[in-house]
Design a protein around this ligand. Structure first.
Ligand code: 13P
Ligand code: SF4
Length: 349
């Protein structure tokens, strides 16, 4: 059978299962998925939109998450007990999420509290993290944030306690602090391999925001020299990047925001606009196809291998066993605390 014939056969089977399950099935797709996967989904979004959808859809029995593991876990935490969450490829992870493990986070937080005292610091965790870490935050009056609300989460925290401990993304942490006008000298980078993160007690006491040294291998690829070159080549161009990019990159861009924000920015731009984008390449290519009247150019081509792991074959395999194959399950005691941290995020306005 030719490649096209076998893809068509898979598609037919997927359509048939979707039709049969109707509203019992909810296929959530992240914006970094391929066009084909996005077109098969019930709803596409950034991490925040997808978590909101998982929390609010009460009709679906089977939620299939086309994204990476931490996203499916968050959907499982927020879904009701009669709903199941599956991911087509269980090994689709996030290298950044793996940069903060629960033991190191707990150790760092207790070292911090030993110096600055208890009830002084709010732990904030990026959505890109394990359920265990979200539960740790929930238990310690902390919350989750995504790239679309990190500044709001910081504001929420600083109205309640003096300091923020943010993990695992150094860059989102620094960019959120910048957005709130927190002076860079009050933001320190915690090196989890060093004693006290590499600081003296006095430095920690002075800091307002302590950020973990994790990063996204895809967004770290964007540089200020790429932006300067784009501006030299196309002085009229606009540059928009994801806030997982380094602070220097975000600072000299025209705008920064979540994947959903980037999509809206391009949609609202005038005809014939030239826009350079710094985020995952699948999304940039889709935007270029969707807006032929605008010139959409990647600042650099950087792809997320984990997001690419979801394909027609593993989606069909999952759909054939609703509620069974590659099920994401979270023990109740972890779910309870992790949900507190996610619920705090969902109430941010
Ligand atoms: P968004 O929340 O902007 O969709 O980002 C998720 C992500 O993993 C970006 O790398
Ligand atoms: Fe993780 Fe980066 Fe991939 Fe997003 S793009 S899922 S942060 S590795």
């Amino acid at each position: 059978m030719s490649v096209n014939n076998s893809a068509n056969k898979i598609l037919e089977e997927i359509y048939e299962i979707k039709k049969r399950l109707g509203k019992k099935l909810l296929i959530l797709t992240h914006h970094y998925q391929t066009d084909q996967i996005v077109s098969l989904g019930s709803f596409a979004g950034d991490s925040f939109d997808l978590s909101q959808k998982a929390a609010s859809d009460k009709e679906a029995e089977f939620i299939i998450f086309c994204g990476v593991h931490f996203m499916a876990e968050s959907a499982a935490i927020l879904s009701a007990s009669n709903q199941t969450v599956q991911i087509p490829e269980i090994s689709a992870g996030c290298p950044m999420a793996d940069m903060a493990d629960i033991q190191s986070v707990k150790k760092a937080f207790s070292q911090l509290e030993a110096i600055v005292g208890t009830k002084t610091t709010t732990p904030i965790v990026y959505m890109n993290s394990s359920a265990l870490i979200k539960a740790f935050c929930g238990k310690n009056k902390g919350l989750v944030c995504t790239s679309s609300n990190a500044d709001k989460a910081f504001d929420y925290a600083l109205k309640r306690r003096e300091k923020i401990f943010f993990f695992p993304d150094e860059h989102l942490g620094k960019n959120a602090a910048d957005k709130l006008g927190i002076a860079p000298e009050l933001v320190i980078l915690w090196d989890s391999n060093k004693k006290l993160g590499g600081y003296k007690a006095e430095d920690i006491k002075k800091a307002k925001v302590i950020v973990w040294n994790g990063y996204c291998p895809i967004h770290i690829d964007f540089t200020t020299s790429q932006i300067l070159k784009a501006r030299r080549d196309f002085p009229e161009a606009k540059i928009i990047v994801h806030p997982e990019c380094q602070r220097e990159v975000v600072k000299i861009s025209d705008a920064s925001g979540s994947t959903a924000y980037i999509i809206e920015y391009v949609k609202n731009a005038a005809k014939n606009s030239i826009i350079f984008i710094g985020t995952e390449i699948n999304l940039i290519k889709r935007l270029a196809r969707r807006h032929p009247d605008k010139k959409i150019i990647p600042l650099y081509a950087s792809g997320c291998k984990d997001m690419f792991k979801i394909n027609l074959k593993n989606l069909l395999k999952t759909l054939k066993k609703p509620g069974a194959y590659n099920l994401i399950t979270i023990p109740d005691e972890i779910k309870k605390d992790a949900k507190k941290a996610l619920d705090r995020m969902l109430t941010l306005t």
